[in-house]
Design a protein around this ligand. Structure first.
Ligand SMILES: [Cu+2]
Length: 216
């Protein structure tokens, strides 16, 4: 049902997604089934008289505690995944800057000196290449309005806000080319705000960086 997964956090996010889907799906059918049953079972009838019921304390305690326990458990499970994506990236991580603007993704690599804002920076538009099986820190910025950096196969979706630098880290685990979509209605050209991420070996990536720098 979900697109193929291509990052290290994807299995955890998919697992949570399916757990939540099963829980909500189960209760949906229980609640709607009971509703339908009561509507038919207690429909109006000349011989039937309405009765006053004050409710049932035991039942009320159960249906308060059970959802509370499930929600608290889900909160902690989600928090673990959230902390992993937004927390400290591993030491060997590669850095990339993504500057969103109406209507493109400006991608920048720090170059051999590993420092941004120096002459050896490598810049591209809508084309991002990432190394396979190596963590990548994405520094997320926006030039104008709120955009949302979305790579479905990585299960990464993060807003890019003007005046703030966001951080996400991800480890691509499957070679291939995936779409970078803007998931925020950011203006008239929103529909064509589209980029591509190519996941390849470190050698291929290094070669691509050299070629891209030469084309600048
Ligand atoms: Cu956008």
């Amino acid at each position: 049902m979900l697109p193929e997964s291509a990052s290290s956090v994807a299995p955890q996010i998919d697992h949570l997604f399916y757990v939540i889907l099963w829980i909500t799906g189960f209760f949906f059918f229980v609640v709607e089934g009971a509703l339908l049953y009561f509507v038919i079972r207690y429909r109006t009838h000349p011989a039937r008289k309405a009765v006053y019921s004050h409710g049932n304390n035991t039942l009320e305690i159960i249906w308060t505690i059970v959802p509370a326990v499930i929600l608290i458990w889900l909160t902690f499970s989600s928090q673990r995944v959230w902390a992993r994506i937004h927390g400290q990236a591993p030491k060997n991580a590669m850095e990339v800057e993504v500057l969103a603007e109406q209507f493109a993704w400006n991608i920048r690599y720090p170059g051999p000196d590993r420092q941004f804002d120096t002459p050896d920076d490598i810049a591209t538009i809508n084309q991002m290449h990432l190394p396979l099986d190596r963590p990548v820190v994405v520094w997320l910025k926006s030039k104008d309005v709120i955009h949302s950096f979305f790579i479905p196969q990585f299960r990464i979706k993060q807003d890019a806000l003007p005046g703030r630098t966001g951080q996400v880290w991800v480890k691509p685990t499957r070679p291939g080319q995936y779409e970078i979509a803007c998931a925020e209605l950011c203006g008239l050209g929103h529909y064509r705000m589209r980029g591509f991420v190519t996941v390849e070996s470190q050698e291929q990536l290094d070669r691509w960086l050299v070629e891209t720098k030469a084309d600048e």
